[in-house]
Design a binder for this molecule. Structure first.
Ligand code: ABU
Length: 377
């Protein structure tokens, strides 16, 4: 029997995937790890709280169903998260938050590393229990195949001391001054990472240091995965002042090809690893929508444009309005499937974010044979 859980990179031919759901979604709470704002609203306008409207949920669900349909048409088995009441508060000895968020973006929470499922620590209070809608599926995979590994990363306290209080109020000049220190809203004392800060390249995991993943989180990934033969390679994008999740910045599409974000170059010197191993870094075109024209409750950047999903090394799903990117992908010899996905944007992601692949054909390959890597032990 072939492995039930098997996914080593972002591009091998896709067999089974979880597509998120907007059912029961709430507005993300304001908390030390997140200060959501209504786009183009007067300063001080409060961000809504509690459940999203039926209309907001239905229109996102319609687009998520459209993605599921395209994937099924390509022979992919599509699974969905279980219902979850996100309007419930979370109260632990260290914090309290009035409501949770949603199950639209499984990518942020869950990652398949080969035959192992890892549940991320998460970095925000409203997302503390976001693994729950996926647990039934995890149990199903785990029961079906004794080769399936399942790891839940340590839960951080998310107490006030885990966050850098002034972060959200730093003026741009201070942000600029601190940009090479890579200090964001989370401190370095506890293990913190969101799964979407990781990009899988066979033996190598490229991990972004960000507002949602700290150096302790990257260190935990090293301690956990290096003994299994993986190499963990931190990367930095110093011109992104609010980095969160790597998949709108650095998007591998097949061996040798990474889509890159022209506004967010790699830290000087970090490109060498890729170039020395014959990876081409191709800047994507300007998104069709500027930051000011993104949906009013969307907290993500215009670069959701490049958050594409690979069905295989020559097939990709792209948002329907991103014609310049579609043209580039076609020029790069991809078959491009286009679907509307803009109503999903207010839930923090696009096509890659809204999915979690559990099975792709393929095995673990070394895509970086020319590198010196020093494991911890
Ligand atoms: N969740 C992905 C958002 C990344 C970005 O805003 O660029």
């Amino acid at each position: 029997m072939s492995e039930v859980v098997n996914s080593w990179n972002e591009w091998d031919p896709l067999e089974e995937i979880i597509v998120g759901s907007a059912d029961g979604a709430n507005f993300e709470p304001t908390e030390p790890g997140n200060r959501p704002q209504i786009r183009n609203a007067a300063p001080g306008t409060p961000f809504p709280t509690g459940p999203k409207s039926a209309e907001q949920v239905d229109r996102a669900n319609e687009e998520l169903a459209g993605l599921a349909e395209v994937l099924r048409s390509q022979g992919v088995r599509v699974r969905r998260p279980a219902p979850h009441d996100f309007s419930q508060p979370v109260r632990t000895p260290d914090f309290e938050v009035a409501n949770q968020y949603c199950a639209v973006c499984p990518r942020d929470v869950m990652i398949t590393v080969g035959n192992e499922i890892i549940e991320a620590t998460m970095s925000r209070r409203g997302r503390y229990f976001e693994f729950e809608p996926y647990r039934e599926l995890v149990y199903e995979y785990w029961n079906a195949d004794p080769r399936v590994g399942w790891t839940t990363a340590p839960k951080p306290s998310m107490a006030n001391k885990m966050y850098r209080e002034g972060f959200w109020d730093w003026p741009l000049a201070e942000r600029h001054a601190r940009m090479h220190e890579f200090e964001f809203c989370i401190t370095q004392d506890e293990v913190v990472f969101d799964a979407a800060d990781i990009s899988r390249f066979g033996r190598d995991l490229i991990v972004q240091e960000s507002m949602t993943t700290n150096r302790a989180g990257i260190h935990w990934l090293r301690r956990h995965l290096e003994p299994k033969g993986f190499r963990i390679r931190p990367v930095h994008f110093p011109l992104d002042f609010f980095p969160s999740h790597i998949d709108c910045t650095f998007v591998p599409l097949r061996p040798g090809l990474i889509l890159t974000n022209p506004d967010r170059p790699l830290r000087e010197g970090e490109e060498k690893l890729f170039l020395a191993n014959d990876w081409e870094l191709v800047d994507v075109p300007e998104p069709t929508t500027g930051n000011d024209d993104m949906p009013e409750y969307c907290q993500s950047s215009k670069w959701l444009s490049m958050n594409v999903l690979s069905i295989g090394p020559n097939k990709v799903v792209c948002e329907e309005r991103e014609k310049p990117l579609q043209d580039l992908l076609a020029k790069l010899d991809f078959e491009v499937f286009t679907i509307p996905f803009r109503h999903v944007f207010e839930y923090g992601g696009s096509l890659h974010c809204a999915t979690w692949d559990v099975r792709r054909t393929g095995t673990r390959e070394d895509y970086f044979p020319n590198s010196d890597y020093q494991p911890l032990v």
